[in-house]
Design a binder for this molecule. Structure first.
Ligand code: SF4
Length: 460
């Protein structure tokens, strides 16, 4: 179908074609899975919950457990309070989670269900057993995106669980943005190498990247412990790794527990990882160990050695703002030319940040940058000005095939490839892994396009 995409761009306000985002509850469900012993609960109809679970399952290649209030016509008209109370009763009796994280859907938002009072009632009448927790957030999917949903649940975790503690501490909270368990594991690894005292939440490592042990565990060993999340109110600083997905949690922690916060990019690429490592080193007064400095050196070495394949290559990139921004910076620092940079998540701050990055790197070429954009628009941009490489989630493959552009998968969702749950793109090593993928993809295309009588040597 994509060969019908016209290259003439006309103004559209009321219609999105192939959105570069998905709906809020998916992000909320993913954030909830980052708490140990948590069952996410979708307050709405079964179809929404099935879609959200299957989308997460297809990306992470792991079974994703979640329950639903199972709205029917009655609940849609008279309200879903009784459904939620009955659900909580069944969930605690049958599935025995330590905590249930409730998020809304378009339907329960539209009829205006009041989650705080329904849950308060369930706690008071002992539907929620002693020692168990129910947290919640609102995720109306007609605004924002899956990133907004993740942010709302991360803030909900703080609102419902964190406790103020004024005892002096030299510990940081790390609130990662919407990124894969492999990245969360890598970020924790760097903190451990630096010997930093930290609490990370949400943390989906050990939940959505579990080993095969032949033993089924409904609640895997990973995830942030509830007791640790409660203690986060006594830390000295929160590092929010992603303005769109984790700043709101930092703001809540400051409001509720007086813990100051700092917003950083997800540590993707050389410069964003430098800023993360420096922030931890400065705040905690810790030196940067040789192992981390060596990893950085290897990444810089790789960028230098393969500069001839990267320099001035035009790139189109799309995805979530918190990952696209540091990735754009990474591509710029690798000598590449991001030409079309879009996100489906709304927020003018995205355009401003990309403009600032272009200036910082001294680039004066024409580029297109847009928030709230869709893949139809991206395809039109590429038709008008072709690129050497496309970077984005699974849905980019149709554009890549139509335009015969090398394609590197990055972001959420990746439904048709494996490995992203295990191989990080965060940290210096993650940068090496990602940039090798880019270089190898460009070399594959070069090999394909080279005539037989001019076949390249067997070295890169
Ligand atoms: S109805 Fe709303 S919450 Fe449910 S799947 Fe559709 S957009 Fe998502």
């Amino acid at each position: 179908m994509l060969h019908h995409t016209p290259d003439e761009i006309s103004e559209r306000h009321a219609l999105k074609i192939n959105p570069a985002k998905t709906c809020q509850p998916i992000g909320a469900m993913y954030a909830a899975l980052g708490i140990h012993g948590c069952l996410p609960h979708s307050h709405g109809s079964q179809g929404c919950c099935s879609y959200h679970r299957s989308h997460l399952t297809r990306h992470y290649k792991e079974p994703v457990m979640a329950s639903t209030s199972s709205f029917t016509e009655g609940a849609s008209v008279f309200g879903g309070g009784p459904n939620l109370r009955q659900s909580l009763k069944t969930i605690f009796q049958v599935y025995e989670p330590d905590i249930v994280a409730v998020h809304t859907t378009c339907l329960s938002e539209t009829i205006g269900d009041d989650l705080p009072s329904i849950i308060k009632g369930a706690v008071e009448d002992k539907t929620v057993p002693e020692g168990k927790h129910v947290i919640y957030c609102n995720t109306p999917s007609y605004v924002g995106s899956h990133v907004t949903g993740y942010s709302n649940m991360a803030a909900g975790i703080v609102k419902c669980l964190c406790e103020k503690d004024e005892t002096e501490s030299k510990r940081i909270n790390v609130i990662p943005g919407f990124t894969d368990p492999s990245d969360m594991r890598k970020i924790k690894g760097m903190l451990k190498e630096m010997k930093a005292d930290f609490i990370m939440f949400p943390d989906t490592s050990g939940v959505l990247d579990t080993p095969q042990t032949a033993e089924y565990k409904m609640y895997p060993d990973g995830g942030a412990k509830i007791s640790d999340i409660m203690r986060a109110g006594g830390s000295s600083l929160s590092l929010c790794l992603g303005r769109w997905s984790s700043e709101a949690a930092g703001v809540e922690l400051e409001k509720k527990c007086s813990v100051p916060f700092k917003v950083l990019d997800l540590p993707i690429g050389v410069l964003a990882t430098d800023r993360f490592v420096e922030a931890v080193s400065q705040e905690m007064g810790l030196p940067v160990p040789k192992s981390i400095r060596d990893e950085r050196g290897k990444l810089v070495d790789m960028l230098t050695d393969y500069q001839q394949y990267l320099y001035k290559k035009k790139v189109a990139i799309f995805g979530d703002p918190d990952t696209v921004i540091p990735m754009t910076e990474f591509l710029l620092s690798a000598g590449m030319m991001p030409k079309h940079i879009i996100t489906g998540t709304p927020g003018k701050a995205f355009d401003k940040r990309i403009d600032a990055l272009m200036k910082e790197h001294g680039h004066d070429y024409e580029y297109n940058c847009s928030n709230s954009a869709d893949l139809f628009y991206l395809h039109q941009l590429i038709k008008k000005e072709p690129v050497d490489l496309l970077i984005g989630n699974t849905y980019g493959k149709y554009i890549a095939a139509e335009e015969n552009i090398p394609f590197v998968r990055f972001g959420f969702p990746i439904l048709d490839r494996v490995g992203h749950s295990h191989f990080p793109k965060a940290g210096y090593m993650g940068g090496m892994h990602f940039i090798s993928g880019v270089i190898n993809t460009l070399l594959d295309k070069m090999d394909r396009d080279t005539p037989e009588d001019m076949t390249m040597e067997l070295v890169a």
